[in-house]
Design a protein around this ligand. Structure first.
Ligand code: FAD
Ligand code: FES
Length: 254
């Protein structure tokens, strides 16, 4: 399906914010799902990118240049058509957070699927971790959709000094009634999501984790994206990318 790139913004020299006109209904696009994008140029396979937001029938994606695919995508110009398939994958389960506080914990580019999620939930605390003050993005938008936003930076140049996981431990220590917490939702570097997944289990809080694996077909046919779960091998593109923390914990054990 061809979508027209209607808005493009460089957040910094590595991160790009795209809006594309969708000719399909966008009502059923849910936080945690991804689209499979043909980046063009020299890149061969499509690349998975999470839905960041849906605005008046437009899809918003934010991506970071990591290699050839995302580099080629960053060179697209407004008005150009992009071949995009989706949405694919299982979204976050928003039922867990209902009438309770949901805590979103994201690191770096992993905050992207959590932005749409913050709009689908009711009472939301977002803990967003970045390397430095200069690398912070989407802060004001999270402030507009969340009840509370905690920013951390690794070097202490803005917000809390440390990482998003440490800020989560700190926040929960202060929360007198842990029963107010409906769920934890996390996406980001493996170390962060492992910490949050384990933390959720220890504290008996429902925790959903968005997993990242290299993909081939993107539609469940090639098994390139499997991860270990308590129920055997599962495909990140089909059974995921969002999993219950209890299912995927063994992926991180050495
Ligand atoms: C479900 C899902 C949703 C995603 N959503 C976003 C998003 O919203 N925004 C965003 O910027 N990125 C997102 N990503 C990551 C994005 O798909 C990769 O950065 C992209 O595919 C890299 O392609 P490339 O050709 O630029 O880099 P490549 O040349 O393919 O790789 C560059 C480097 O990154 C590593 N790498 C590439 N893909 C992955 C991966 N999936 N897991 C671990 N390491 C990898 C490679 O090993 C290599 O070292 C998502 C990934 C998944 C699986
Ligand atoms: S990418 Fe082919 S099965 Fe997931």
């Amino acid at each position: 399906m061809l979508y027209e790139l209607s808005k493009k913004k460089a957040i910094n020299d590595k991160i790009f914010d795209f809006e594309v006109e969708s000719f399909n209904s966008t009502e059923n696009v849910k936080a945690g799902q991804f689209f499979y994008i043909d980046c063009g140029g020299k890149s061969f396979l499509r690349r998975p990118i999470s839905i960041c937001d849906v605005l008046d029938g437009k899809l918003r994606f934010i991506f970071e240049i990591r290699g050839i695919g995302t580099y080629e995508l960053s060179k697209k110009k407004c008005g150009e058509k992009i071949d995009i398939l989706g949405p694919f994958g299982k979204p976050f389960n928003t039922e867990f957070g209902k009438n309770k506080i949901s805590i979103l914990i994201g690191g770096g580019i992993g905050i992207i699927p959590l932005f749409k999620l913050s709009k689908e939930l009711e009472k939301v605390v977002a803990i967003l971790g970045f390397k430095t003050k200069e690398s912070i993005f989407l802060k004001e938008e999270f402030v507009s959709t969340c009840d509370k936003v905690i920013i951390t930076t690794d070097d202490g140049s803005f917000g809390k000094h440390g990482n998003a996981f440490e800020a989560l431990e700190d926040t929960l220590e202060r929360e007198e009634n842990k029963k107010n917490i409906g769920a934890l939702y996390t996406c980001g570097p493996k170390k962060l999501i492992y910490g949050v997944a384990k933390f959720g289990i220890t504290n008996n809080i429902k925790t959903q984790v968005s997993m990242e694996e290299h993909m081939g077909c993107g539609i469940g046919a090639c098994m390139a994206c499997v991860c270990d779960t308590t129920e055997g091998k599962m495909r990140v593109c089909k059974e995921g990318p969002v999993f219950d923390s209890k299912k995927i914990l063994n992926n991180f054990e050495e």
